[in-house]
Design a protein around this ligand. Structure first.
Ligand code: GLA
Length: 388
């Protein structure tokens, strides 16, 4: 990567490389902006940014994957407006860093990523967090503040009213464990996964147009549910505060669509807690069942699934060694995540690939998910993959 940096920018003095991982969310979907629970793991798919201070007055950012170079005056960074372009992520982060009092100087950045874009594996957060570390270039920042700053960049500059899950797990991921995040207290618990279990993400290779606007609609619908529920239950500030037992008798007060959205969130929070218990007891069948319930709830009540995701879930259920499957991430395309017996992984990948090809004439990409460490500086350069 350093050699590539030299080719692109003409020198490679003082280059440092920073890494931030993508993630797969095992359970707890669309609960983060309702201040509930999520259970993601950081992946070994990651975004790497090689960076060095430079002379001149500009920040130059080169994306290897797009083969595109963009140049920005340091003095103008704070005033820039979003352009609906991949550079919105690093520039949004740069603005938040400036706002938080971190002076930025001229620099060169080279971006390489193995997180597939638009796949629901959080390529955006991986780019935000790795860019933030690159701009900081070794200056210390509290890790929670780093995650929150990157979330602000996505909300304020990119314009997606996302929750905290993706940036948080990219910062706090750990090898050999999923991370249960309480999206209100921002506390976390590392959850080791049963050794005999494997998780495979299967990429539909589609991203339907609806995803951005539908996400905003869901955020609004959940807020509308809270406004009504708080009249019944004073003290309710988010859907996190409503238990499934409290919700059902109050559901008739809500417009039908809003009631279904809220039912998903309320039951999904409860499923995360039950899943963690089942995981700790090594009960793979119960874990799988909860994942499937989560998918059905996202499919019918939250309505963020799509034909391709539903097909991958239904096809997986009939396969050898599979305990459960669900869509993961925002929805409307991207990936599913399947829980299966470790020994069944190779056969599953073969079987699901054939089934999807036969139905959609598209070859899905598959990734065996290994929990990996959170973001940081890369000291072991041999580990950085070459661009494929
Ligand atoms: C996207 C958002 C997250 C979260 C998920 C859905 O990945 O960035 O904050 O809301 O969708 O669970």
């Amino acid at each position: 990567m350093i050699e590539r940096f030299r080719q692109i920018f003409g020198q490679a003095e003082g280059v440092r490389v920073f890494r931030a991982p993508g993630r797969v969310n095992i359970i707890g979907e669309h609960t983060d902006y309702n201040l509930g629970f999520v259970l993601p793991m950081a992946l070994d798919l990651a975004t790497y940014v090689a960076a060095a201070p430079s002379g001149g007055r500009n920040v130059r950012i080169y994306s290897e994957h797009r083969n595109e170079m963009r140049e920005f005056e340091v003095d103008g960074l704070a005033e820039r407006k979003p352009e609906q372009h991949w550079t919105d992520y690093p520039i949004g982060v740069a603005q938040e860093l400036i706002r938080a009092g971190h002076a930025l100087g001229p620099a060169d950045l080279l971006i390489r990523s193995t997180v597939p874009e638009g796949s629901g594996l959080s390529s955006s957060a991986a780019l935000e967090v790795s860019s933030a570390l690159a701009f900081l270039n070794g200056r210390a920042m509290d890790p929670l503040e780093l995650a929150l700053l990157c979330q602000r960049a996505e909300r304020n500059f990119v314009g997606m009213p996302c929750g905290i899950m993706d940036q948080y797990i990219s910062v706090f991921g750990r090898e050999h464990a999923a991370v249960e995040i309480d999206c209100r207290s921002l506390g976390r618990r590392y959850v080791p996964l049963p050794h005999s279990a494997a998780f495979v993400a299967v990429n539909t290779m589609v991203k339907h147009e609806l995803s951005g606007s539908a996400y905003r609609d869901r955020v609004r619908e959940c807020a509308a549910a809270v406004e009504i529920l708080k009249q019944q239950y004073p003290g309710v500030e988010s859907l996190r505060d409503v238990s499934p037992e409290q919700f059902e008798p109050a559901a008739r007060l809500l417009p039908p669509v809003v009631a279904r959205r809220a039912r998903h969130v309320v039951t999904e929070d409860a499923r995360v807690n039950r899943f963690v218990e089942a995981g700790e007891a090594g009960e793979l069948a119960r874990m799988g069942k909860l994942m499937l319930e989560s998918h059905r709830s996202l499919q019918h009540d939250y309505e963020v699934s799509c034909e391709e995701l539903d097909f991958l879930v239904d096809a997986a259920l009939g396969m050898e060694g599979v305990f459960g499957a669900r869509m993961t991430g925002g929805g409307f395309g991207g990936c599913t995540v399947t829980l299966l017996r470790r020994a069944a992984v190779a056969g599953f990948i073969e079987g699901i690939t054939r089934a999807y090809e036969a139905k959609f004439h598209l070859t899905p990409r598959t990734y065996e998910c290994r929990p990996s460490a959170g973001a940081g500086e890369c000291k072991n350069f041999e580990k950085i993959p070459a661009l494929s």
